[in-house]
Design a protein around this ligand. Structure first.
Ligand code: 87F
Length: 507
């Protein structure tokens, strides 16, 4: 049995129009059975193929091309910041992995180990990196000697393995995933603080400008931050259908904790021994999952033009007695004109599929614009453009093809963001009391509440909201704070509130 079938049994949601013979159409709707809808979209759009190891997925070209487009942007931006790429081994020796107790404690059950080569046991088992602090920092200690060696700014594009046990989901929670991890070391905390925010801004741009997903920049609570670091910032997205927040990417200031542990010292300009200040930051293929969840609809995937491998699909619509060759030639010419203008376009000239079948197929794959060329279009020297995001149809003259198509791609990109933001904002509920909080949580809201910022209170919120849906937690304290009137009380403890914080269930 193909892995893709493994989740198809049972299924609560009402089946929509099932078209099993052709493989077209979805059997679940986004509103009625979100989980099954998501699995079906990622497989039917040919982004993902299920694999015979649970929690592992094949990233097919349709998904990989999105990753590559984001990678090209981010890689160029960090190079402007003088970050250099490198590659460290995937294997971690056990000694070094356990060196950092606090850091590894909670994570230990997720670390995967290699214990054998062939039939024989390894003398010492070797871990597979779940993240690379312990892999890289011994060498930072070796490479950083004097203040002239700083800052040291390295990044690697790689895979990591975390042997998760709770519901694996393609892109969102998989046992192996792709990411970039940046690890930097500075002489001063000020430099580190500045970089944390510069990187966070790049993450915001990936989500908002490329994936058309609104995110909130903010700081994680003490309970939710990376325990090994000083403070954690993140971009947080929200999935209206499930009412769950999702951490989009993180940028940490590690302070000097790792410098102490790994003895990353240098001689400063006064000849004194000093410890470095460090940051680490990452975004992963999870970004793609958030995109599918936010924009996808009952026809399948919806791709923002900026990350779509194919922005325009051109489909000939020949009629029995029409000039078929003329139509095919017009399709080829249209693709050439668009390609020459830097627009990613292709024609679907397959003769064994009907135009209608092709429409559904490319809608499933989420291509932002479809161009149809039929006999009437040929006669009028025009093409019909259909938007994937809202179904709008426009006839445009071939004379203005490039400028019109460019304009429409920009409109699709903007509209996806606007609609996503509108839906996200409609889910935000400002609450002041525990009762309002509990009610809003039950309504799948993204909750903004005044908080005393005490760790014990957050633990208490978790305990009080525990259930089969998962507990609520703080998502982030947004950098953009609404006014907090004197005397405002914490929604959970009744103590004086210190800040507005987002709360909710999360992935
Ligand atoms: C799982 C197993 C072992 C997360 C883990 O966020 C260790 C870890 O350290 C672990 N899961 N983490 C935290 C990762 C922190 C940090 N690493 C560099 C980042 C950004 C990139």
């Amino acid at each position: 049995m193909a892995g893709g079938e493994q989740k198809k049994s049972g299924g609560g949601g009402k089946k929509k129009e099932v078209k099993k013979e052709t493989g077209l159409g979805l059997s679940f709707t986004k509103d009625e059975n979100f989980g099954e809808w998501y699995s079906e979209v990622v497989v039917n759009s040919e982004m993902i193929e299920y694999y015979d190891i649970s929690g592992c997925y094949i990233l097919r070209p349709w998904a990989m091309s999105i990753w590559e487009i984001m990678q090209i942007f981010f890689d160029a931006e960090i190079k402007k910041m003088k970050v250099k790429n490198c590659y460290f081994p995937v294997f971690v020796s056990p000694g070094v992995l356990q060196k950092e107790k606090d850091h590894i404690e909670g994570f230990a059950p997720e670390v995967a180990w290699v214990t054998k080569s062939g039939e024989s046991d390894l003398e010492v088992p070797i871990a597979i990196r779940p993240t690379s602090e312990t892999v890289m920092y011994p060498y930072y200690s070796k490479w950083i000697r004097g203040h002239r060696d700083l800052p040291l700014k390295l990044n690697q594009w790689c895979n990591v393995v975390r042997w998760e046990f709770s519901n694996p989901t393609p892109f969102i929670r998989s046992r192996e995933f792709l990411w970039q991890e940046g690890h930097t070391a500075f002489a001063t905390k000020e430099e580190a603080d500045t970089e944390v925010l510069q990187i966070l801004e790049l993450y915001r741009r990936i989500y908002e400008e490329f994936l058309a997903i609104p995110v909130t920049k903010g700081r994680k609570s003490e309970l939710e931050k990376f325990a090994g670091g000083l403070y954690t910032t993140s971009v947080e997205a929200f999935i209206p259908n499930t009412g769950r927040g999702i951490q989009g990417a993180t940028s940490h200031c590690l302070g000097q904790n790792f410098a102490k542990m790994f003895e990353i010292n240098y001689e400063n300009d006064k000849g004194e021994k000093a410890m470095v200040w460090q940051n680490s930051w990452a975004y992963s293929t999870r970004t793609i999952g958030v995109m599918v969840m936010v924009h996808g609809d009952n026809k399948g995937l919806v791709l923002p033009p900026k990350v779509a491998a194919l922005q325009v699909i051109v489909i000939p619509v020949p009629y029995k007695d029409a000039n078929t060759q003329g139509i095919f030639d017009a399709c080829a010419a249209t693709v050439e004109t668009l390609s020459d203008a830097g627009i990613r376009a292709e024609a679907d000239l397959r003769e064994n599929y009907s135009p209608g079948w092709k429409y559904s197929n490319w809608e499933m794959k989420g291509v932002p614009l479809r161009i149809e060329i039929g006999p009437r279009d040929l006669a009028n020297n025009q093409v019909r453009v259909v938007r994937r995001d809202n179904g709008d149809k426009t006839d445009i003259s071939r004379v203005f093809l490039v400028e019109q198509v460019k304009g429409m791609l920009d409109k699709v990109q903007q509209n996806l963001f606007d609609v996503a933001k509108q839906k996200r904002d409609a889910c935000i509920e400002v609450v002041k009391t525990w009762d309002e909080f509990a009610k809003a949580l039950g309504q799948k809201k993204l909750i903004l509440a005044p908080w005393c910022d005490e760790e014990e209170v957050e633990k208490d919120v978790k305990a009080r909201t525990k259930g089969e849906m998962g507990a609520a937690k703080s998502l982030c304290t947004p950098f953009e704070q609404p006014e907090l009137p004197e005397g405002t009380k914490c929604f959970a403890s009744g103590k004086p509130a210190k800040k507005w914080t987002y709360w909710g269930r999360s992935y």
